[in-house]
Design a protein around this ligand. Sequence first.
Ligand SMILES: Cc1ncc(COP(=O)(O)O)c(C=O)c1O
Length: 399
Amino acid sequence: MTKKPDTGNKQRDLKPDTRLVTGGRDPAAYHGFVNPPVHHASTVLYPTAEDLLAHRGRYHYGRRGTPTSEALEQALAGLEGPACAGVALTPSGLSAISTALLSVLDAGDHILVSDSVYQPTRTLCDTLLKRLGIETSYYDPLIGAGIATLFKPNTRAVFVESPGSLSFDVQDVPAIAAAAHAKSALVVMDNTWATPLYFRALDFGVDLAIQAGTKYIGGHADVMIGSIAANAAAWPRLSQSVGTLGLCVGPDDIYLALRGLRTLGVRLARHQESALRIARWLQQRPEISRLIYPALESDPGHAIWLRDFSGACGLFTVVFKPAAATAVRAFLDSLQLFGLGFSWGGFESLALPFDCSGARTATRWSPGGPTIRFHIGLEDVEDLIADLERGFAALAAAH
Ligand SMILES: Cc1ncc(COP(=O)(O)O)c(C=O)c1O
């Protein structure tokens, strides 16, 4: 894990796309090569017994950091902005969530968690955190400043995920953060949907910002990795927790994430452009009752998204008009370009049927028809639309 180095005003002035290209790079340290070496490393040798006993030197043990891990951590820290005090890497997005929560919570604490969090985050709260004596209350993601009424004397943290998983509710993060900080609670955010490129969470009052780097940072459906960016208030306990838990990530996976990060800007711009075109096309289809995508003017979260975010990724939900389960299956099975799968953020398009009504306790999920989450990849939009037309033909034939 890396405490953010002081890069001076010059680095701070750079635009995000330039930071994506320059962050965490030091060619002079690597014989002029553009990219850092991939250090497969555990033991660090010391030149003398005195050096060893004094723990002298920049690196001490592979688990505690290598030039490869530092390169990605520094690149991510630059993207998270000036409020970032340090970044830690974890072996998956879910482990970033569990580590961030374990770093802020103690036995006897209470946490407020948004009702539309990624389902395994909920499972973590309802099982392991519960077993450790930590109580969870779920709240309506759209509660905004009203969250102030839900704090208990032992509320230590608020977890936000915006837009929320599957239902893509856009949360008023600054209002929630203000209410949390007024009660001395920390704000932990799963910011995977927007990435720090489109939502710099720490600037909006978030104390610990999580990325499932498995999605857009890696961007190629070939790596599992997570990251946690912390502000100065949260960094000391986070870095201590990561070290104590013994978390580290394999160098090849770090390298894949760093390689993916360099093209995040162009990929996300294309995901967004294609997603908007396809979402608008789907809105006109007679089989569809509603699109849930904050970048659309018709979305209830559009105003807050416009206020706080600088872009949207390629992930949205489509609510179909009532249709038989067999017809929806026929739609999905006829798709040739859209893969059927869970993990999004790669270059490829995906479709995922879901029903999250059983996973909500503070709100009610009742969309009025079958729901499919789409990830719009980097294929040509016309080909994707032709694929969806094939799906609609199969849906009609199966009706
Ligand atoms: C919003 C969100 N957060 C976190 C995760 C977990 O990431 P990982 O699969 O790398 O553990 C996912 C995975 O689907 C996700 O969608």
